[in-house]
Design a protein around this ligand. Structure first.
Ligand code: BGP
Length: 465
């Protein structure tokens, strides 16, 4: 068969979800910040739908994994919920039911020939640790996270070979400490900077533990999943270029550089120092960050960022914010996913590939999320009861064509995961926008393969399209 886009051998064709977005709260003994937020403010969630049932994966994982197998995926990412696995956060005592559940899930993946990629943190901090210590503001929590990670390695490291320390740590910084879209919805630039540092430290400490325990010696790999939003200036004028450079450093490179190069971007450190908001750190911690970089990178890509120079001087009377250095720029004529309010710009896939190739040692990396959330997909159901999501297929093909160009120019990309295999719960957007290859009818929890599910099966089988 002659294909226009052929991908490298053993390419990962897969998809990603997370524990809190798929499992439901069944039999969970602790609350994450999201569980808690829903309990106290259900109206903050689309149609008042919280994480209680989600897509029922806790009860239907066997059938779900079978469906995922049916659409031909060879790899799949999910996350282990700290609030499910651990009974006592201080000692790391494990909840036996939870250990059994995750063992069953991982075994099911493997039995079905699907490579498990396991992430340790997907925005789901135990709320108790926020109340007691201030969550990621505290280095105590960093150390408790290492205890949790160690338990995960001990319990599942014999079978799981690909681990991620965090999913989109920058979203924790933005959602919880800058732009109020995740509980506790603070606006505090100084705390945000400390959290940013602590999350980097936590990732490095977990990697250190992984290596000290020898999981890297039997084929284990550990990485991080970052949401990279390449930043483009409004114009080539110096002031716009500088604004975009700051955005790139603050929102992308503040995790990318430590993860791969073991150090923070110098320009950013200089600005944070000058503004007196630099994080508290010790030389010993910096050394841990320096010496414990990732084996592979996961990139979640949805949208670019566009920046311009500030039009008005930033009012600092309410404290420091990164927004001191840029304004967001809405490019006229940009193509939008109006359901989600995100720009569609597939060319970024190529730019990311080249950035990793040229500026990040061409480290092995994969697209760990890419997807299109659409509201009201029922209107695309055909006579056979199948959602004809042609827009999604087109979206994926366009993005893949740019990724392919990057790979053919030497970028070391080994896979493509979409968001998400089965429609799942999307934080405060709940079930508004659907992303899956497989639809969920919420009242009945009946799951049906969409047209894109048949499409990905062919792509995976042919290793291209
Ligand atoms: C990513 C997250 C996912 C998922 C996805 C879709 O940022 O890692 O958890 O939710 O975005 O975005 P949303 O659910 O906000 O529509």
């Amino acid at each position: 068969m002659s294909l226009k886009y052929k991908f490298p051998e053993n390419f990962w064709w897969g998809s990603a979800t997370s524990g809190p977005q798929s499992e439901g709260r069944f039999n969970k003994k602790h609350r994450s910040v999201f569980d808690y937020w829903f309990d106290i403010e259900p109206q903050a969630f689309f149609n008042g739908v919280g994480p209680n049932v989600a897509s029922n994966f806790y009860n239907s994982y066997k059938e779900d994994v079978k469906l995922i197998k049916e659409i031909g995926l060879n790899s799949l990412r999910t996350s282990i919920q700290w609030t499910r696995l651990i009974k006592d956060f201080e000692t790391g005592e494990v909840d036996e039911d939870a250990a059994k559940f995750y063992n069953n899930v991982i075994n099911e993946f493997i039995d079905q020939g699907i490579l498990p990629v396991i992430n340790l943190h997907h925005f789901d901090l135990p709320v108790e640790l926020y109340e007691k210590y201030g969550g990621w503001e505290s280095k105590k929590v960093v150390d408790l996270f290492v205890i949790f990670a160690k338990k995960c390695f001990e319990l599942f490291g014999d079978r799981v070979k690909y681990w991620a320390t965090f999913n989109e740590p920058m979203v924790v910084v933005e959602g919880e400490y800058l732009y109020k879209f995740h509980y506790p919805k603070l606006v505090d630039g100084k705390k945000a900077v400390q959290v940013l540092y602590n999350l980097n430290l936590a990732s490095a400490k977990v990697i250190k533990e992984f290596k000290e325990l020898g999981y890297d010696k039997n084929g284990g790999k550990i990485g991080i999943i970052l949401n990279l939003t390449p930043s483009y200036p409004r114009s080539q004028e110096e002031k716009d270029v500088n604004a975009a450079k700051f955005v790139e450093d603050f929102f992308n490179n503040s995790f990318l550089d430590p993860a791969i190069k073991g150090k923070f971007p110098e320009n950013l450190v200089e600005i944070l120092n000058k503004d007196n908001v630099i994080w508290e750190s010790t030389e010993e911690e910096m050394e841990i960050i320096r010496n414990n970089t990732i084996d592979f990178l996961g990139v979640n890509y949805y949208q670019p960022r566009r920046a311009k120079a500030k039009e008005e001087k930033f009012d600092e009377s309410n404290g420091w914010m990164p927004d001191k250095y840029f304004d967001n720029y809405e490019m006229p004529g940009r193509r939008m996913n109006t359901y989600r309010g995100w720009e569609i710009y597939p060319q970024c896939m190529y730019d990311i590939a080249i950035n990793v190739r040229d500026n990040y040692n061409n480290i092995p990396w994969y697209i760990s999320e890419n997807g299109m959330g659409v509201e009201g997909e029922e209107k695309y159901i055909n006579d056979d009861g199948v959602i004809e999501d042609n827009y999604r297929i087109e979206f994926y093909e366009e993005h893949l064509s740019y990724l392919h160009k990057g790979i053919s120019e030497g970028s070391n990309c080994f896979g493509y995961h979409t968001w998400t295999p089965i429609d799942c719960w999307s934080w405060s957007n709940a079930y508004k926008n659907r992303y899956g290859f497989i639809a969920v009818d919420l009242p009945t929890q009946i799951k049906t393969i969409k047209k894109s599910g048949r499409w990905i099966k062919e792509v995976a089988k042919n290793n291209g399209f």
